[in-house]
Design a protein around this ligand. Structure first.
Ligand code: ADP
Length: 365
């Protein structure tokens, strides 16, 4: 009964007994280990069951500490060993974390250890869980740090137009000249629009990030959407840059939230307009496998190679003063990236530092 009970307990705890005979250098390992890993004990030759083979199967970085502890036991300086190490005892090519415990069991007439008895417990799952927790904690800390940085940026960005609104409103009250009043009013109006734009973008971004934004799926005819976007943006252009819709051979209908898809394309086209002084802006889409690849291409200033990934970060701008001058708040591409993420899609940017940028967005149909 006791043997059966003990066996059950060992099996439940993934614990495998062993003993080492010091004089012959042999190790005896219980059948439980072979059973647990589904290997046939007979596959292993006699020389497998030796202390030397056991030591060789310890992960090289952990071998030194094992040998130090084991030698202490042999020298009679301690009567127990206990350490966690990585082991590939069954030659699977994969090291597993184990808890190795042992105790000096028999001694010769001079008091030297002759037999050590112990067990190996498989603790790989615990180690994996610990690692997952460490990584989750690091992610949470990183996200907390990013949130604080975001908040600091938000306060700074809000203060700039707000100061202009408050300051110029006061000046207007004391200004007599009609022309000057008009000029100051324009400044207040421009900064109010900027502030409104900024607050809308911040709210959208935090609603998407916190999963609170509702996406309502509907069938969207891509040709209609692109043509409408083309017309709308062409009207806003003051120079002679052309907005072109490249109609594909095969028209697509995509299931998505039309408001958000429009916002995605609009942000990309608005940027293209902002940073393109001459030439054209081309938008379009094509079928790619079972995905849709949308694109917005311009002949504008381009983005330096090393900053291509950073343009998706909130408030990152290649040239801050120029972006502000053009009415940018630095959240357009961060929002695009979030909309793409929610749709399980991806976005990449290709750009020529000498001019021309293409944003490619891949979305499931
Ligand atoms: P912004 O409001 O400043 O346009 P975005 O998040 O939309 O903010 O874009 C971030 C930065 O990426 C911009 O400030 C600009 O430097 C760069 N950028 C975005 N789109 C383009 C483009 N089509 N051509 C050149 N630079 C671009």
């Amino acid at each position: 009964d006791n043997v059966a009970r003990l066996s059950l307990m060992l099996e439940a705890g993934n614990v495998f007994p062993w003993y080492a005979d010091i004089a012959s250098g042999k190790i005896e390992i219980g059948d439980e280990l072979f059973k647990a890993y589904g290997v046939d004990r007979k596959e292993f030759q006699d020389d497998f069951f030796s202390i030397a083979t056991f030591v060789a199967s310890i992960y090289p970085d952990d071998r030194g500490i094992f040998e130090a502890i084991y030698n202490n036991l042999l020298a009679g300086e301690s009567c127990k060993i206990g350490l966690e190490l990585r082991l590939d005892l069954l030659n699977t090519g994969e090291y597993k974390w184990v808890d190795l415990k042992g105790v000096a069991q028999e001694f010769d007439e001079r008091g030297k250890v002759t037999k050590v008895l112990g067990f190996i417990a498989d603790i790989q799952k615990r180690r994996d869980d610990e690692q997952a927790l460490i990584e989750a904690k690091q992610r949470a800390e990183e996200s907390d740090r990013l949130k604080s940085a975001f908040l600091a940026n938000v306060s700074h960005e809000i203060r700039t137009p707000l100061n202009a609104i408050v300051g110029f409103s006061e000046v207007i009250a004391h200004t007599e000249g009609e022309c000057e009043r008009e000029e100051y009013l324009d400044i207040v109006k421009a900064n109010s629009n900027l502030l409104l734009h900024l607050i809308n973008d911040i709210l959208d971004l935090s609603r998407i990030e916190s999963g609170k934004m509702e996406f309502i799926d509907e069938n969207i005819q891509m040709d209609e959407l692109c043509e409408e976007l083309r017309q709308m943006h062409q009207m806003r252009i003051k120079n002679d840059v052309k907005v072109i819709f490249e109609r594909p051979a095969v028209s697509l209908t995509i299931v998505s939230d039309s408001h958000r898809l429009r916002q995605l394309y609009s942000n990309l086209i608005s940027n293209a307009i902002k940073y393109t002084e001459k030439g054209s802006i081309t938008l379009g889409y094509k079928l790619k496998g079972n995905m849709m690849e949308g694109y917005v291409r311009d002949t504008g200033s381009g983005i330096p190679d090393d900053l291509k990934e950073r343009v998706f970060e909130p408030f990152f701008r290649v040239d801050k003063s120029r972006s502000r001058e053009l009415g940018g708040v630095g959240l357009g591409l961060a929002l695009v990236r979030e909309i793409v993420r929610v749709h399980d899609g991806s976005i990449t940017v290709r750009s020529n530092p000498s001019g021309g940028t293409v944003f490619d967005v891949i979305l499931p149909l």
